[in-house]
Design a binder for this molecule. Structure first.
Ligand code: NAP
Length: 203
């Protein structure tokens, strides 16, 4: 009997990708018995500006370097191949059309769950994917309330990801490069080498 493949989606700017992202994806893979995790860099998003020195190609190369040793991590250019603003609802529609036998699990930080009602077609997003929310270790009552509110309002399926929380952020890595501080042990060595070899984040 064939069963649906369970696919995790790890979307983000990845500017740059770091061990926090990788650990979260690995945790999701094991905690929810997923078959594969798609690392899907966003197109330069409509709601934020990226630093001048980093191209889409740089972010793509860094993601590919970071995941190359993990057989259940796959790069996905799904959002990069589309023109104009990319919305998660369209990503999920495209993926579902191409692979109707797959179930999708969208991994997001707690902050995104507070903003999800401002996303395009929130209801459809929540119909097409199970949401896996990463907290910061604490299952705070406010996050619990938000999960309950969204689940009830949209009949959504939302689960908490029990990931060890690493206090690593892309923003902090960019700041460290700019000020000459070490970024060792915050991200894979190949990604750090890429950053230095290409002079990223220095201005
Ligand atoms: P982001 O700016 O890269 O990440 C936002 C925050 O979450 C940052 O603190 C980031 O840490 C952290 N983070 C990044 N990727 C994460 C992940 N997969 N799970 C948990 N935490 C994560 O990403 P974003 O712009 O919010 O986008 C995240 C996803 O949501 C993308 O797939 C995007 O397409 C989707 N999204 C869709 C809409 C829409 O459809 N209207 C709107 C917003 C976002 P670092 O800074 O350290 O990376």
């Amino acid at each position: 009997m064939s069963r649906n493949r369970k696919i995790g989606i790890m979307g983000g700017t990845f500017n740059p990708i770091h061990f926090g992202h990788l650990l979260l994806a690995e945790t999701a893979y094991h905690q929810f018995s997923l078959d594969e995790i798609l690392f899907m860099p966003t197109k330069n998003p409509y709601y934020k500006k990226l630093g001048n020195s980093v191209t889409e190609e740089d972010r793509v190369q860094m993601v590919k370097l970071a995941i190359k040793d993990n057989a259940h991590f796959t790069f996905s250019g799904e959002e990069l191949n589309r023109e104009g603003t990319t919305y998660t609802v369209e990503t999920l529609k495209n993926l579902t059309q191409k692979n109707p036998d797959c179930e999708y699990y969208f991994i997001m930080g707690a902050d995104s769950l507070y903003h999800i009602e401002s996303w395009k077609d929130t209801e459809k997003v929540l119909q097409m994917a199970v949401i896996l929310v990463a907290g910061r270790g604490d299952l705070s009552s406010s996050l619990n309330s938000q999960i309950e509110y969204i689940e009830n309002k949209y009949d959504a399926s939302i689960h908490f990801l029990n990931s060890p929380s690493l206090e690593i952020s892309s923003n902090d890595i960019r700041r460290r490069v700019q000020t000459g501080e070490s970024i060792r042990y915050l991200l894979p060595r190949e990604v750090a080498d890429y950053i230095y070899d290409h002079g990223l984040y220095v201005m």
